[in-house]
Design a protein around this ligand. Structure first.
Ligand code: MSP
Length: 511
């Protein structure tokens, strides 16, 4: 069985989960479910990034013990995995022993390979990003320096261990050149290439001015740089340092899904450190864009963060997922607004998909006693709606391979539109009076279309898909992608359950 390993970034526990965390998780979950239904063996890890100055400060400002603080905030992120019904196979907390061992072993490996030296760091640091900056990357306003995101940086001078990042500049550039799909989308790849080409400095990888973190072995006060600590979580989940041969196969096919803001850490520092530790490099790093709220940047200080729990409680999980996945092409930024959200779910889910299924099944229920009246024969499979339905997986698969999730959904919903047109053209409610045989055949074609839609939509809107498949009475063992073909088509005499509305319609006049 082919193996794939999907990862979300691990989330800082200085804050409550918001739409950004939900977005990364939903993308990974969709990819996970798609591959799993397509016959792959998939691992999917997420978790919480619990060390560092930022978290220590957040706990101090609340006057709580840091460990108690991280325990309680990490729970919020674990709860989000339940709320989003994620299929994650692991949840790594960086305060776990298995992770500390992995991070320390990784450090040892770098040290043994002569990649680390002791010196003094003098320079700028952003606590929010937990990142070092060169002056040329900053903007000076009234004698103070700010990052491009408007975060004030602080000057630090302290003894520090350094990773010989500058040694890896050419090797990284070669790697990017020889592996064009390592960083996606292309615009981000170009960004990284230009960043590395402009010169890399050695990286400070320990801090001595705070305590909350993993203490470097044989030192009293050096705390491992939180980004090294955090990145190693992807290996921790595979059992590092003792990764089995099977898990090594997963690592080769690892896909890191991240936000665009943390690209440098994943696409520059991480592969350099992996090479330095003699470890293989993951297959792909895909950087997605950021969401704004009603056109405005989301920030705690503006008080406009979007709580995924609230939207899910008000409108449903599938609606929330569908909007995020369909509204923007993966990689682009997107704007969440109530009106675009409601318009999107009303038009696609309620009108296009929900109505079609509801009116077809009700008609079958009323006029054919909920029983399929016709068996599709081989020559029927050339009829357009069926032919298109059986071709759908290949097309969607091509798109999913390049992470075009929105376009995959577009292909599926275009197909649903074509079924609506088929229904309107063939008018079963009219043909029924004079030619019930034709009506029966048209209905069988439509319901076979619903079977295909129900199966292929499972990675994207799993709850609605299972409602559709339950209603048209498809055996739970016959719902993976290998059944998306004519060999498993619905037969005459197949009984349909009582149709229930799948998606409500929402009023938009108050928006
Ligand atoms: N702890 C680091 C990641 C370490 S991974 C080894 C971190 N954590 S974070 O909690 O700040 O961010 C987690 C993810 O949320 C990032 O991928 C980030 O891009 C994403 N988002 C945060 N706000 C976002 C939006 N407004 N929109 C979309 N995603 C955003 O970084």
């Amino acid at each position: 069985m082919k193996k794939i390993y999907i990862t979300t970034p691990i989330f800082y526990v200085n804050d409550l989960p918001h739409i950004g965390h939900a977005y990364t998780s939903i993308i990974c979950d969709t990819i996970y479910k798609f591959y799993q239904l397509n016959g792959f063996d998939v691992l999917f890890t997420t978790g919480t990034d619990e060390h560092g100055l930022k978290v220590e400060k957040a706990a101090n400002s609340k006057k709580v013990n840091v460990k108690d603080f991280v325990d309680s905030v990490s729970k919020n992120f674990k709860n989000l995995t339940f709320k989003l019904q994620l299929s994650n196979t692991d949840f790594v907390r960086t305060t776990e022993e298995r992770h500390k061992n992995a991070a320390l072993f990784f450090w040892d490996k770098l040290e043994t390979n002569n990649q680390i030296y002791l010196s003094k760091y003098k320079g700028w640091y952003s606590i929010k990003d937990e990142s070092f900056y060169q002056e040329k990357e900053l903007e000076k306003i009234n004698n103070e320096f700010y990052t491009a995101d408007g975060e004030k940086v602080e000057w630090i001078e302290e003894e520090s261990y350094f990773f010989k990042l500058s040694n890896w500049e050419n090797k990284l550039l070669d790697y990017y050149k020889n592996n064009p799909n390592f960083i996606m989308p292309d615009s981000r790849r170009n960004e990284v290439i230009s960043f590395v080409s402009s010169g890399l400095k050695d990286l400070s990888i320990s801090r001595t001015s705070f305590k909350w973190g993993i203490t470097v072995k044989n030192t009293k006060n050096h705390i491992m740089y939180v980004w090294i600590d955090a990145l190693v979580n992807y290996l921790t989940s595979l059992g590092y340092p003792s990764i089995s041969d099977e898990k090594k196969e997963f690592w080769k096919n690892c896909i890191h899904i991240i936000g665009k803001d943390i690209l440098k850490f994943h696409a520059v520092y991480w592969p350099a450190m992996l090479m330095a530790a003699n470890l293989p490099i993951p297959k792909t790093i895909f950087a997605h864009g950021w969401w704004t709220n009603e056109g405005k940047k989301i920030s705690k200080s503006l008080g406009n963060t979007i709580d995924p729990n609230k939207i899910i409680e008000e409108y449903g999980l599938d609606q929330f997922k569908y909007f995020l996945l369909r509204e923007v092409n993966l990689g682009n930024d997107g704007d969440y607004s109530k009106i675009s959200f409601l318009n999107r779910i009303n038009a696609d889910l309620s009108n296009n998909l929900g109505n079609l299924i509801q009116r077809t099944l009700k008609f079958l229920n009323k006029n054919f006693n909920s029983t399929i009246p016709y068996s599709i024969i081989d020559s029927d499979t050339k009829i357009q709606p069926l032919k298109d339905g059986y071709d759908l997986l290949n097309k969607v698969d091509e798109m999913m391979k390049i992470f075009q999730i929105s376009f995959s959904l577009k292909l599926i919903f275009d197909y649903i539109t074509s079924l609506n047109k088929f229904m309107d053209r063939e008018e079963p409610w009219n043909s029924f009076k004079n030619n019930p045989k034709k009506t029966g055949k048209d209905l069988a074609i439509l319901i076979e279309g619903f079977r295909l839609i129900g199966i292929i939509l499972q990675p994207f809107i799993p709850n609605a898909s299972s409602k559709i498949l339950d209603t048209i009475n498809i055996n739970k063992n016959l719902r993976s992608f290998k059944y998306l073909n004519k060999d498993h088509k619905i037969q005459k005499g197949h009984f349909i359950n009582e149709p229930k509305p799948i998606f409500p319609r929402y009023e938009t006049k108050d928006c």
